[in-house]
Design a protein around this ligand. Structure first.
Ligand code: ZN
Length: 259
C-alpha cells in the first residue's frame, strides 16, 4: 500500500467514526492501556535505571503487600511517583473529556489506574481497577493524596496513617484482589443504556472488559473498537479500527487539539 492509499484509508476511517459519533445521543467510552501508551506510561523507564530494580509481581501483589508493604512504597518513591506526575493525557483522553463536556459521553469506563482521564477533565469515570494516584488507610480508610504520601515517605517507609498508624495502601486492585462489584454493576448499567460504546486501546480479553461491549451490543447499541491488535469482539463490532487512537479518534470528534 502506498502512502496516498493509507492516507485515504485513514480519512475513510475517521469519516465512518464521525458519522457513528454524530448519530449517537448517549456514548460510553471504554478505555484500556492503549489510550495511555500515547502518554508515555508504557514506555516510562525513569532516568536512573531504578525501574528495573522492582519486580511487578511483588509491587502489584496483595500477598506481597501484606508481607512487606515497604516494597511497594519504595517502588512508589523511586519510580511511580515521578512517572505519575510526568504522565500527561493524550489527545484521545482530551477528546473524550471534550465529548463529555458537550453532554455526548455519559460515562468513561476504564481499566487504567493512571488517573489520566481525570487530568484530561473527564468527570464521570468508572475505574474498574482503581487509581494509583489515590491512597487510603487499610485500617480506618482515611484517604490520602499523592503529595501527602510523598511527604510522609520523606520521613518513613512504609507510609503509616496519621490518624490510626495503620498501613496506607494504593487505591488499586492488586493481583489477588477482587474487582469492585459496585463499579462493575454501574459499568454494566451504563453499557446497557448507551447507544454507542467506543472501545479505545483494550484487547478485550479479561473479564469484565470482554463482557461490557457485548452487553452494550445485545442491548441495541452500536459498537466501535479502536485497538492496534485484533480483539475477540471485532466480529460483532459495527466499526473496527486498527490505527493508533491518536490518529483517528480526536479528529473524528472534532477535538481542536488534534489539528
Ligand atoms: Zn488510619
Amino acid at each position: 500500500m502506498n502512502s496516498a492509499d493509507s492516507a485515504k484509508n485513514v480519512e475513510q476511517v475517521i469519516a465512518s467514526l464521525k458519522s457513528l459519533v454524530d448519530e449517537a445521543d448517549r456514548i460510553v467510552v471504554f478505555t484500556g492501556a492503549g489510550i495511555s501508551t500515547e502518554s508515555g506510561i508504557a514506555t516510562y523507564r525513569g532516568t536512573d535505571g531504578l525501574w528495573i530494580k522492582y519486580d511487578w509481581e511483588k509491587y502489584a501483589s496483595i500477598d506481597y503487600f501484606r508481607k512487606d508493604p515497604s516494597y511497594y512504597w519504595s517502588f512508589f518513591r523511586d519510580v511511580r511517583h515521578d512517572m505519575m506526575v510526568e504522565a500527561q493525557p493524550s489527545a484521545s483522553h482530551k477528546a473524550v473529556a471534550e465529548l463529555e463536556r458537550q453532554g455526548r459521553v455519559s460515562t468513561v469506563i476504564t481499566q487504567n489506574i493512571d488517573g489520566l482521564h481525570q487530568k484530561a477533565g473527564s468527570e464521570h469515570i468508572l475505574e474498574l481497577h482503581g487509581n494509583t494516584t489515590r491512597f487510603y488507610c487499610c485500617d480506618c480508610r482515611a484517604p490520602y493524596g499523592m503529595d501527602e504520601v510523598k511527604k510522609i515517605l520523606d520521613e518513613e517507609c512504609p507510609v503509616h496513617c496519621k490518624k490510626c498508624n495503620g498501613i496506607v495502601r494504593p487505591d488499586v486492585v492488586l493481583y489477588g484482589e477482587m474487582l469492585p462489584v459496585n463499579v462493575i454493576d454501574e459499568a454494566q448499567r451504563e453499557a446497557k443504556i448507551c447507544d454507542l460504546l467506543i472501545v479505545i486501546g483494550s484487547s478485550l480479553v479479561v473479564y469484565p472488559a470482554a463482557n461490557l461491549p457485548y452487553e452494550a451490543k445485545l442491548s441495541g447499541a452500536k459498537l466501535v473498537i479502536i485497538n492496534i491488535d485484533p480483539t475477540p469482539l471485532d466480529s460483532v463490532a459495527d466499526l473496527v479500527i486498527h490505527n493508533p487512537a491518536g490518529e483517528v479518534f480526536p479528529q473524528a470528534v472534532g477535538y481542536e487539539g488534534s489539528k
